[in-house]
Write a protein that binds this ligand. Structure first.
Ligand code: GSH
Length: 202
């Protein structure tokens, strides 16, 4: 069995690393320097046609999109997911919430607040407001359960966690979201999360 993870030091890049560390499987890392446009090379585009990290090659099969990567590994190893239909639907909705809302909106808040060469008030206001709304959604859900999937730790937690590490860059005061903070602290205490964060250095 051979696994190569193509990644970089970003929140999205951390997601599959957390799962690989939780699974305890061996893997190699191929670092992609996205600031030097290595994601646009023809070799990388064969693995990741949307020119983004992370991507994974598992025994010759390539997968892009962090949600697909985590789902592939979780199903293959029979861990951190569920076969129970009702539980699976609940997990799937939060997996897609992460991929379709949490990641992109927190990413936009991060971009307009930290990276945009011009400070555009409309963009900053729109995405800071949206980021705070998203934390409110997570906070309400986590106020009634330990993890996104209830009592079981799953890949949904691994998907949602990395973006919450940099909440202050998104204009979010984490103290206003005590349930997210409690869950984030719990995630940070996991040895696999600490190892993944040390590897990715963030
Ligand atoms: N929805 C994607 C997002 C991946 C993503 O945005 N990756 C960024 C780094 S965090 C990237 O590779 N950016 C390079 C580019 O857009 O050219 C996923 O979850 O895998």
């Amino acid at each position: 069995m051979s696994i190569t993870l193509y990644t970089a030091a970003t929140g999205n890049g951390a997601k599959p690393l957390i799962l690989l560390e939780e699974l305890g499987v061996s893997y190699d890392i191929a670092w992609i320097d996205i600031m030097a446009d290595e994601q646009f090379t023809p070799e990388f585009l064969k693995i990741s046609p949307n020119n983004k990290i992370p991507a994974l090659v598992d025994d010759g099969v390539s997968v892009f999109e962090s949600g697909a990567i985590l789902l592939h590994l979780a199903e293959k190893h029979g861990q951190f997911w569920s076969d129970d239909p009702a539980t699976k639907i609940s997990l799937m909705q939060w997996l897609f919430f992460q991929a379709g809302s949490q990641g992109p909106m927190l990413g936009q808040a991060h971009h307009f607040r930290q990276f945009a060469p011009e400070k555009i008030a409309y963009g900053i206001e729109r995405y800071t407001k949206e980021a705070n709304r998203i934390y409110g959604v997570m906070d309400r859900w986590l106020s009634e359960r330990t993890y996104f999937g209830g009592e079981n730790y799953t890949i949904v937690d691994m998907m949602c966690f990395p973006w919450t590490v940099t909440s202050e860059w998104q204009g979010v005061d984490i103290a206003e979201f005590p349930h997210v903070l409690r869950w984030r602290d719990m995630m940070n205490a996991r040895p696999a999360v600490q190892k993944a964060r040390a590897i990715i250095q963030r």
